[in-house]
Design a protein around this ligand. Structure first.
Ligand code: IPM
Ligand code: MN
Length: 369
């Protein structure tokens, strides 16, 4: 029996409700795979901030470092000014725990829930590797003459060779192992004949951001040519990427991009896979503490009503087990989610699933047990 110690941050709004269902499913699956999960709850979020005036004590960051993984519900409170909790909890953990990858799979489980016409599950099946520690998110910049007519606001995008390179290497490695070395159908016959097995698309803006994405592009081709000749290198500007997500999502296999572009394109990715109710992500530090979350947010208006879709949190739990090395358990949970979506649900949207939050958790738990 292998025991994993997991830190749990239910957080704000519907976060605690969806995390509860994720735990239910993890606990239902665990015995089948000889696994045991032990959870430690952390009270973080808007309510605690309002009570104590502190978003997150330093001591909590120190404690969280000792866990291999954190399961996070949502951060964001309507009565707390935007930015305080995001910066004080979510971004702080991503940065201080050096979770330099934000991995966001975009997979359509059921064509009924896709807003795009004529797209099937096999057409929407790609992964976005978002750089998670740099870019526009570091807080570098500032004001001059704030509040005057001469005000200047500067927000700088930080791109270090080290930060970009470790992100690119993760993406290349991920592309290599994603389909178990099987050729990807997006490759042309001559590319397959030349030994290529997968495709990695760099999403950037080399025509305008001629410093930041010059670094990205050079590193991409240098590393790819030298160490990943079996991965086809592809490039797309970010604006074109959003167009192709809608028009030709089947063109993508693995996409690597910076923090800001990754944030934006993964919301669109979530929509084409069926909405925020199903979209999960992992903030990864391959050598430290990683954090898994539904990417949808705290949805305050649905709090406590048993209407929010818990599947994104359940999928985040599956990603967590995959990352911890329990790949069979992760696959079984994902399979149970797929069966539940296809056989039971009327919709993936809050309040329209045909079941409540707890009942959806029960269905997946029963399917996996
Ligand atoms: C996300 C969110 C966060 C981000 C916010 C809440 C800071 O939108 O996880 O995508 O911008 O990264
Ligand atoms: Mn976002």
């Amino acid at each position: 029996m292998k025991t994993y110690h997991i830190a749990v941050i239910g957080g704000d709004g519907t976060g605690p409700e969806v995390v509860r269902e994720a735990r239910k499913v993890l606990d239902a699956a665990a015995p089948r795979f000889g696994v045991k999960l032990e959870y430690t709850d952390y009270d973080l979020g808007g309510e605690r901030y309002r009570r104590t005036g502190e978003a997150m004590p330093d001591s909590v960051v120190g404690e969280l470092r000792r866990f291999p993984a954190i399961l996070l519900g949502a951060i964001g409170h309507p009565q707390v000014k935007p930015g305080i909790l995001e910066k004080g909890i979510l971004l702080r953990l991503r940065f201080e725990l050096e979770q330099y990858i934000n991995l966001r799979p975009v997979r359509l489980y059921d064509a009924r829930f896709c807003p795009l016409k004529d797209k099937q599950p096999e057409d929407i099946d790609f992964v976005v590797v978002r750089e998670n520690n740099e870019g526009l998110y570091t807080g570098a910049g500032g004001f001059v003459f704030k509040g005057t007519p001469h005000e200047i606001a500067v927000q700088e995008s930080i791109n270090t060779r080290r930060g970009v390179e470790r992100c690119l290497r993760f993406a290349f490695d991920y592309a290599r192992k994603r389909r178990g070395g099987r050729p990807w159908r997006g490759l042309k016959p001559e590319e397959i004949a030349a030994g290529q097995k997968a495709q990695l698309t760099l999403c950037g803006k080399t025509n305008v951001l001629t410093y930041a994405f010059d670094l990205w592009e050079r590193a991409f081709h240098e590393i790819g040519q030298k160490d990943y000749p079996d991965i086809k290198r592809d490039y797309a500007h970010v604006d074109a990427t959003t167009m192709w997500f809608v028009k030709n999502p089947e063109w993508f296999d693995v996409i690597v991009t910076d923090n800001m572009f990754g944030d934006i394109i993964t919301d669109l990715g979530a929509m084409i896979q069926g909405g925020m109710g199903i979209a999960a992500g992992g903030n990864l530090n391959p050598a430290g503490t990683s954090m898994f979350e539904p990417i949808g947010g705290s949805a305050p208006k649905y709090t406590g009503q048993n209407v929010i879709n818990p599947l994104a949190a359940i999928c985040a739990g599956a990603m967590m087990m995959d990352f911890l090395g329990e790949t069979a358990m992760a696959a079984a949970i994902e399979d149970a989610v797929i069966r539940t979506v296809r056989e039971k649900l009327q919709s993936l949207a809050a309040g329209r699933m045909g079941y409540g939050t707890r009942e959806v958790g029960d269905l997946v738990a029963a399917a996996v047990a």
